[in-house]
Design a protein around this ligand. Sequence first.
Ligand code: 87F
Length: 512
Amino acid sequence: MAGSSEGKKSNAKANIGGKKKEVKKETGLGISNKKDENFGEWYSEVVVSGEMIEYYDISGCYILRPWTMSIWEIMQTFFDAAIKKMKIKNCYFPLFVSPGVLEREKDHIEGFAPEVAWVTKSGKSELEVPIAIRPTSETVMYPYYSKWIRGHRDLPLKLNQWCNVVRWEFSNPTPFIRSREFLWQEGHTAFATKAEADTEVLEILELYRRIYEEFLAIPVIKGKKSELEKFAGGHYTTSVEAFIPTTGRGVQGATSHCLGQNFAKMFEINFENEKGEKAMVWQNSWAYSTRTIGVMVMVHGDDKGLVLPPKVASVQVIVIPVPYKDADTQGIFDACAATVNTLSEAGFRVEADFRDNYSPGWKYSHWEMKGVPLRIEIGPKDLANSQVRVVRRDNSAKIDISMANLVEQVEELLANVQQSLFDVAKQKRDACIQIVKTWDEFVEALGQKKMILAPWCDEEEVEKDVKARTKGEMGAAKSLCSPFDQPELPEGTICFASGKPARKWTYWGRSY
Ligand code: 87F
């Protein structure tokens, strides 16, 4: 297999003489930071070199390049179809909020107020009334819910919008994970009964679980937020929680809130029920954002760059010709084109890299940095044997497959990569979960970057105390969620932090 072994040879050469450095010199490519050694720098380098993000000249704002947007769009296509099946309709409300309406939400906007960005000028003149930019759209939408909902026949009202929001954060910005402007969907629904609202909260949470587990290949835990960590304006908050083993931090993946009747009271969202009595609606709101993509990079990325799960990769297979000396170059190029044709007709997202100003080795590194799940190399020997060489991005395994079985084998390999990414991520996440019973065990596990499952009394004051006692350079520990899937809690179990009777198992840790 001359073509592929040529690729191997140049790799081997690079590996012998000085490893990474030589690769860098030879190709000008490669990630210089190591995930385990310098995670923050590694992450920035990976999202930029992988052509997902470009840094912008306003801190906390990032350019989302096509490589990012295609991932976002694949998740959007899934989620949008799923909520349409639930009879949720898309709409679009304005970006701007008048101060009067924003302040109607006073109680819980209080804590968020420092993050609200305002427009105060047009040209050189001061606006008579400054205008806020939406950090979320409750206050934008609910005055109109009040207008549109009159009788029980107007319910349920189920709207969603795909939009951007702005939160002027001051803690260290991170692409996707904490940015001052981000993309999300926000769903806002109103029902006649609490039971309907409760059901929807969980249906949406299940869709969020599927985005993480089935698309992004990231295991998540479904659960309920503590009183301290829930959305203050709501009744209760459910979430999917992911974990980044390398940093030992939890990350809230998406939230689905039951708002109860709090906003209905504030915004007077009333209706006449079937008995002709005046009643208040029950509301939910729920969102997932471009943060999902950051979690994907952090969980799967490695020292060669991005690793994309096949289900979200805009290019699932990259075909690279490996011409060699006086071999039949045209034949190799034709075989590459035919491979692309066959695979794209079978429904795969596949491209060939025919650029003649880059070597095969350079192309390997380039597409590895971009995380493409499978690379197909075609050289003279492959051509002669009517086969191609496939290299997996996730584990570097090399497999020769006959052109005759191309479609079946690629399909199987992609499914395999998808499953294996999830399995490896789950195994690493599970290895970080530590069950603790006492405060000392808790502190030790926290020092070892664990995701901690502990019996808790579920008292707000105790959570505040845990935060205070763990405050430090790395940030305080907080509750992540109480999993719906609760292990048995034997009679007499006591809270790890207060010594009072425990009421539930709760996950704790440092988080993003
Ligand atoms: C920042 C500034 C102003 C979060 C904020 O989670 C207000 C807020 O209300 C704010 N940051 N929140 C909570 C958002 C709650 C809720 N909104 C709809 C969601 C899902 C989508």
